[in-house]
Design a protein around this ligand. Structure first.
Ligand code: FMN
Length: 184
C-alpha cells in the first residue's frame, strides 16, 4: 500500500532537505500533501537553484498556508504521518505550544493528537534554552526530532551525500527505505 505523507517546508536554512524528501517520497510512490510557509518559499529560492513552482510539482497536492479548510487540517483525513524539513524554531515553538494559526501548524497538531508520526528536522545553531525546551516538549508529545547534523560514518564525499543521509534517516521513521548508507 502506498504511503500518504504530509510534507512541510519552513523558513529555516537547509530547505534542500524538503526538496530531496519530496523526490524520495515520489520515487517510493507515496502520496504527498505539501505546505510551504512564506519564509520557506523565500529561503528556498534564495539558497537553492529551485523555484517554488518546480518544488510544488513534486507533490501530489499543494496547499496554501492559510487554507484552514484543507482536508489535512482534520483528523478524519488519515495519513501515515508528517515530515517538516527543515523545521524552523518558530514552527517548532508553534507545535510545542499548540498555537495552530496556519495550516502547517494545524496539520502538525492534528498528527500529534491522532498519535501519528511527526518527524521534525529542526535546524538552528546554537540552540537556546527555549529551543531545547520546545524540542523536549514535542518529543514528550510523541514527535521525533532529527536535527540535520553532520555524519561521517557513512563516508560522505559531497554535501549532497550528507543531505541524502539525513533525509534517508528521517524517511526511515515513516517506513520508507531510500537506500541510504547505513552503519554496519
Ligand atoms: C536566510 C534566512 C535563514 C534562516 N535560517 C533559519 C534557521 O536556520 N533556523 C530558524 O529557526 N530560523 C531561521 N530563519 C528565521 C525564520 O525564517 C523566521 O523565524 C520565520 O519567521 C520562520 O517562519 P516559518 O516557521 O513560518 O517558516 C532564517 C531566516 C532567513 C531570512
Amino acid at each position: 500500500m502506498s504511503k500518504k505523507v504530509i510534507v512541510g517546508i519552513t523558513g529555516s536554512s537547509a530547505t534542500i532537505l524538503g526538496v530531496r524528501a519530496l523526490e524520495e517520497l515520489k520515487k517510493a510512490g507515496a502520496e504527498t500533501h505539501l505546505i510551504i510557509t512564506k519564509a520557506g518559499k523565500d529561503i528556498l529560492e534564495d539558497e537553492t537553484d529551485y523555484k517554488v513552482k518546480d518544488v510544488e510539482k513534486l507533490a501530489t497536492k499543494v496547499y496554501k498556508i492559510d487554507d484552514l479548510f484543507a482536508p489535512i487540517s482534520s483528523g478524519s483525513f488519515k495519513t501515515d504521518g508528517m515530515l517538516i524539513a527543515p523545521c524552523s524554531m518558530k514552527t517548532l515553538a508553534g507545535i510545542a505550544s499548540g498555537y495552530t494559526d496556519n495550516l502547517l501548524l494545524r496539520a502538525a497538531d492534528v498528527v500529534l493528537k491522532e498519535r501519528r508520526k511527526l518527524i521534525l528536522l529542526t535546524r538552528e545553531m546554537p540552540l537556546s534554552y527555549i529551543h531545547i525546551k520546545n524540542m523536549k516538549t514535542v518529543t514528550t508529545a510523541g514527535a521525533v526530532v532529527i536535527p540535520p547534523v553532520l555524519t561521517f560514518y557513512s563516508k560522505p564525499k559531497t554535501i549532497e551525500d550528507m543531505v541524502k543521509h539525513v533525509v534517508g534517516k528521517a524517511l526511515d521513521h515513516l517506513g520508507i527505505d531510500t537506500g541510504y548508507k547505513r552503519w554496519n
